[in-house]
Design a protein around this ligand. Structure first.
Ligand SMILES: [Zn+2]
Length: 69
C-alpha cells in the first residue's frame, strides 16, 4: 500500500502542517494517524474536526502510547 503525501487521511492541509509547531519545543509537528506528533519531544496533539489543537494541556505526553510496535 502506497501512502499519498498529497492527500493526508486526516484532511489536514500540508501547508498548514508546515507552519504548525509544538508549543513545548517549537519544533515542527507531523501528522500521525488522527493526531499530530511532535518530531522532537514526541507529544501527540489531537485534531478536532480538522482543527489541530496545539495546547500542552491537550497533548498526550510521550510514553503514553497504547499501541506497542
Ligand atoms: Zn515538542
Amino acid at each position: 500500500m502506497i501512502e499519498s503525501v498529497s492527500e493526508p487521511e486526516g484532511g489536514l492541509d500540508p501547508e498548514l502542517l508546515e507552519v504548525l509547531v509544538c508549543p513545548a519545543c517549537r519544533r515542527e509537528v507531523r501528522q500521525e494517524g488522527p493526531a499530530l506528533l511532535c518530531s522532537d519531544c514526541g507529544r501527540r496533539f489531537p485534531v478536532h474536526e480538522g482543527i489541530p489543537v496545539l495546547l500542552l494541556e491537550e497533548a498526550t505526553p510521550p510514553g503514553h502510547q497504547r499501541e506497542a510496535q
